[in-house]
Design a protein. Structure first.
Length: 201
């Protein structure tokens, strides 16, 4: 497998992970106003389960994309692009290095959010901290993750990934298109739920 093919495979993997994670984020985002509504009843078990699962999936996906470990993530992508800059035949290699450096600086600004998500992942999502048993209030007091910031982080990751996809002549990821389609679908589903409620009254 040559250098461009290796980078294309890496980009495809990260693009797929980002899209799946973004989709979970959008489901949670569309359910937020419903869950928080005064009209919402706790009997909506399906909606509550979907909301909780999608929030956790979005946070886990964000953590995977931003991990510092030697895994397949966006940091690894930038290292590979720098190392294999000759694979980008359409671009001057000096420009590749400059762009990678700029993207690394952008990721560095996300570090406080990355650490906050990591705390929730390690203590409440991927692992069960002993405080769940010994002092549940400690978990409740943890600062909640600002999901809007996570959403902005996803858009930044999209923009970074798209630079290298474009340089290799690959199709671009358009997360905002998925957002508009998801909103339309949710309007349709919400209308079905309302109609069903009226029939059951």
């Amino acid at each position: 497998m040559n250098q461009p093919e290796k980078l294309q495979n890496l980009l495809d993997h990260l693009t797929d992970l980002l899209f799946r994670t973004w989709s979970a984020f959008l489901v949670a985002k569309n359910l937020d106003p419903i869950i928080d509504s005064n009209d919402f009843t706790q009997e909506r078990y399906f909606l509550v389960a979907a909301h909780v699962s999608c929030v956790e999936s979005a946070l886990l996906g964000f953590s995977m994309l931003m991990s510092k470990k030697d895994e397949v993530n966006v940091r690894y992508l930038l290292d590979m692009c720098n190392k294999e800059s000759s694979a980008f035949t359409r671009v001057n290699q000096a420009n590749v290095s400059s762009e990678v450096q700029k993207h690394q600086q952008q990721l560095a600004k996300l570090e406080p959010l990355v650490q906050q998500v990591k705390m929730w992942r390690d203590k409440a999502i991927a692992h069960l901290d002993r405080k769940h048993i010994n002092g549940p209030s400690a978990i409740a007091k943890m600062q909640p993750v600002e999901m809007e910031e996570v959403g902005e982080g996803f858009i930044l990751l999209q923009d970074i990934i798209n630079v290298y996809r474009e340089w290799l002549g690959m199709g671009l990821l358009r997360l905002k298109v998925a957002e508009s389609k998801m909103a339309d679908e949710w309007e349709y589903l919400a209308e079905l739920i309302k109609r069903n409620d009226k029939q059951n009254q």
